[in-house]
Design a protein around this ligand. Structure first.
Ligand code: UGA
Length: 456
């Protein structure tokens, strides 16, 4: 059984059901469950609805339906940030409480933490569940293992079927064996390749890491912090590259060929967004503080990331000068391509700041406009049906999300629709040829040699 039907819960449920396991998904949000039963997903993830059509997932919305013969209860509920950076554990605690109230003495399954949670959570969930059982006169030990996920939104199925590692934090041999069995078709890559996914050309088997729950919990935070740090690192250098007339893309490519560095997560631009990196770094900072450890690299990573968003506004001010009353187009709302997720999206910060500065804002996103409109109805922006409408009458356009479809646009034609052809490419998406061909006043991120392609 999986508790929570967010990105992690629903994707994991779909994948495990695809592998042939019997999966029940519990979410106490009855509206969500009704929708899922009707086949309506709470978010967009490529291939997920197709996989869900092929498999059988049972959906329930109350703990009364809990089956005592369940082998594994996976906790995949949301964990939000509190204002002090600590993780809001209310949902996880509520699940632990419910388990303490529901589990009978004959329950022989294990509990697995899938959500990203502070170090020590597996132990605290175990305590909470056992106290609940104790209060009902049941003397029983439960096993709580940590099994963090490393899936990326927009590529969640790929990452689930072809992970580089599966981390299982438990010292119980039984729990380890159960989880090893659960993932066996993935570990041995014996599952049938889903029609919505290609198998990667390099046949690599995932590494199964069995460790302690504390290690597993810290692995997750360390991995996300490192990835975010890589992005902030290259962004810091991008700013220098721009000043000295160098191209950060060339620099990133060259350093990435060194296997010790690696080519991934070196795309300079507006920086990272999304619900994970920021939340996780605030959480690890908060935890470290409790132990008197200073995390200066984490703080620098966050600072650089915040600065990147301000730099985009500065670039607009330098090129367009007065922003008040000017029409600015924002290409992309989601925090990354192939998702309609706008949580902590750089786009929202940018457009809010521009609205404060008195600009008129037009936006276009292939997927995320509806979500944005319904979550932030107060935003006085013009949602455009297509890219052409967006460019029409703009004094500047800012590309914020690197959607594939923004790469191949007819920029020469689109530029003609603008009042001024100022284009801030906050993801360095356009090629040198595209820039020259479109005769844009192009400003990238760390593309020193290319600034001011043409003066207007
Ligand atoms: C991230 C991690 O990559 C996953 O491994 C992890 O499981 C997940 O968080 C999580 O904790 O749940 P996600 O936030 O979905 O996944 O997306 P990423 O692909 O990591 O991108 C995060 C942000 O970094 C995006 O805004 C993206 O545009 C930005 N980014 C990424 C860059 O600015 N430059 C890069 O080179 C790469």
């Amino acid at each position: 059984m999986i508790v929570g039907s967010g990105y992690v819960g629903l994707t994991t449920g779909a994948v495990l059901a695809y592998l042939g396991h019997e999966v029940t998904l519990l979410d106490i949000d009855t509206r969500k469950v009704d929708n899922l039963q009707r086949g309506t997903l709470p978010f967009y993830e490529p291939g997920l609805s197709e996989i869900l059509q092929d498999v059988k997932l049972n959906y329930i919305s109350t703990w009364h339906q809990f089956d005592q013969t369940t082998d594994i209860v996976m906790i995949a509920v949301g964990t939000l940030s509190k204002t002090d950076g600590d993780v809001d554990m209310a949902a996880v605690d509520a699940v632990a409480q419910s388990l303490g109230e529901q589990i009978h003495s004959q329950f022989n399954g294990i509990i697995v933490m899938k959500s990203t949670v502070p170090v020590g959570t597996a132990a605290s969930v175990k305590g909470r569940v056992e106290r609940g059982l104790d209060a009902r006169g049941i003397k029983k030990e439960v096993e709580v293992a940590s099994n963090p996920e490393f899936l990326r939104e927009g590529q969640a199925l790929f990452d689930s079927f072809y992970p580089e590692r599966i981390v299982v934090g438990t010292t119980s041999k039984q729990a380890q064996a159960i989880l090893h069995d659960l993932y066996l078709p993935i570990l041995q890559q014996t599952m049938q390749v889903p029609t919505v996914l290609d198998r990667p050309s390099n046949d690599i088997y995932p590494v199964f890491i069995n460790t302690t729950s504390v290690n597993a919990e810290l692995i997750k935070y360390t991995a996300n912090s490192f990835l975010a740090m890589k992005i902030s690192f290259i962004n810091e250098f991008a700013n220098v590259a721009e000043k000295v007339g160098a191209d950060i893309r060339e620099v990133a490519y060259a350093i990435g060929l060194d296997k010790r560095i690696g080519p991934q997560f070196l795309q300079a631009g507006i920086g990272w967004g999304g619900s994970c990196f920021g939340k996780d770094m605030r959480a690890i900072q908060h935890l470290a503080k409790e132990y008197g450890c200073e995390m200066s690299m984490i703080q620098a990573t966050i600072d650089v990331n915040n600065r990147q968003r301000e730099i985009v506004i500065k670039k607009l001010q330098e090129t367009l000068h007065i922003l008040r009353g000017k029409t600015i187009g924002i290409l992309g709302l989601s925090f990354k391509p192939n998702t309609d997720d706008i949580r902590e999206s750089p786009s929202l910060d940018i457009l809010r700041k521009l609205l404060d500065l008195g600009a008129c804002i037009k936006v276009y996103d292939p997927l995320a406009m509806q979500v944005c409109q319904s979550r932030f109805p107060e935003l006085t922006v013009e949602y455009c049906e297509n890219v052409e409408t967006l460019f029409n009458g703009c004094h500047a356009v800012v590309l914020v999300t690197d959607w594939q479809e923004f790469r191949g646009l007819d920029y020469p034609e689109l530029t003609r629709k603008m009042v001024k052809p100022i284009f801030i490419d906050a993801r360095n998406v356009l090629t040198n040829e595209q820039i020259n061909e479109a005769k844009l006043m192009y400003v990238g991120m760390g593309r020193g040699g290319l600034k001011w392609v043409k003066e207007f």
